[in-house]
Write a protein that binds this ligand. Structure first.
Ligand SMILES: N[C@@H](CCC(=O)N[C@@H](CS)C(=O)NCC(=O)O)C(=O)O
Length: 346
């Protein structure tokens, strides 16, 4: 129960180790949107249960101690915040650039997340750390006995879900290669610019940060790899967490579409070789009712169960692409040409 009826700040309910929670908290901080952070399922959590029980949850207070609305899913959350709050926008003013940003946001949310889940629930030091720390989000005074059972329960449940997101022994080389490629690209990119699309962060920055914070900052196995390969990305992750200090002037600071860093092209090509074949095969499997998604990724076969939400994501990407003016679509096409991403719209 929210006892302070004058507190009309948005509420974000999430967890410290949850990539999408970190993504959305960073957006709220950067945009100077007044908000209150609540650890989901802790004793401060008075949020209604959303239709799908995932985090982060955003909730809008009703001024009477309750909430007038609640929603999940970080991409539509960002879009709604853009409609409701002015200034420090995370959406580029050029619709063609905004589309490229939206596409790479989805690459981070729906593909890079596989590496995140994979590293956390595959290697012993990562499993042990997450198993010990995750239950404490809900209750810092958990008894030692309950801590042991929560540790065991969460480890067992999360490991049993590995295959659902594609973290299997057979897919391991594909996921780990892609993680290393993303690190290399970011190390090179950040040697030139502070953000993916210039001097201010877009949706891709926050989505990538959401997935990289666990991997570069929290989970020991991927973090060690990152310090060695991509120290700039490690430092970048620390910055994106709270960009409330970053000066932003009106709509300034976005790169022109015809002058993007070469490394943005490399990131699109990474998406084109991994996320794109997966999203297309997933869509195909959802349509045909197949039990398994099978696709070729860099000459290896990648398999996992179909994922409904990712079917929705593909629909949203296509809708945004076809909503562009013919001129903007042409400009987008020239950026995507040869990256593999163009197959999404074939
Ligand atoms: N599509 C959602 C994904 C949110 C999500 O998957 N959250 C995970 C944790 S980061 C979750 O709540 N999983 C439910 C569970 O583990 O029981 C978004 O973009 O925010």
């Amino acid at each position: 129960m929210n006892n302070d009826l004058t507190d009309d700040r948005l509420v974000i309910g999430g967890g410290f180790a949850s990539p999408y929670s970190m993504k959305m908290r960073a957006v709220l901080r950067y945009r100077h949107i007044p908000h209150r952070w609540v650890l989901r399922n802790s004793r401060w959590d008075d949020l209604p249960t959303p239709p799908v029980p995932v985090i982060p949850v955003l909730a809008w207070p009703d001024g009477a101690g309750g909430y007038r609305d609640v929603m999940v899913d970080s991409s539509p959350q960002i879009t709604r915040l853009e409609d409701e709050y002015q200034g420090r926008s995370v959406v580029p003013t050029d619709p063609a650039l905004a589309f490229i940003d939206f596409l790479l946001e989805d690459f981070a949310d729906e593909w890079v997340t596989k590496a995140m889940y994979h590293y956390r629930w595959t290697y012993d030091p990562d499993i042990e750390k997450a198993g010990l720390l995750l239950p404490l989000d809900q209750n810092l005074q958990l008894s030692d006995d309950d801590h042991v059972s929560a540790h065991d329960f969460i480890i067992q449940r999360q490991i049993s879900r590995r295959a659902l997101v594609g973290s299997t022994d057979a897919n391991t080389p594909i996921l780990e290669t892609s993680y290393r490629n993303v690190l290399n690209i970011m190390q090179a990119h950040l040697a030139q610019r502070d953000f993916f699309f210039g001097d201010r962060p877009g949706r891709t920055d926050f989505a990538m940060y959401g997935q990289l914070k666990p991997m570069l900052w929290w989970d020991p196995t991927p973090a060690a790899l990152a310090v060695e390969r991509a120290p700039r990305a490690v430092n970048w992750t620390e910055r994106i967490d709270d960009l409330s200090w970053l000066p932003i002037v009106d709509d300034d600071g976005w790169s022109p579409l015809d002058d993007l860093e070469e490394t943005v092209g490399h990131l699109l090509a990474e998406a084109g070789q991994t996320y794109v074949p997966f999203m297309l095969a997933n869509d195909e499997a959802l349509r045909s009712g197949a039990e398994e998604v099978v696709c070729e990724i860099r000459g290896n076969s990648y398999r996992q169960g179909p994922f409904k939400y990712q079917g929705k994501c593909l629909t949203w990407i296509r809708e945004s692409y076809f909503a562009l003016s013919a001129d903007d679509r042409g400009r987008v096409d020239s950026v995507l040409k040869g990256t593999g991403c163009e197959s999404l719209f074939a």
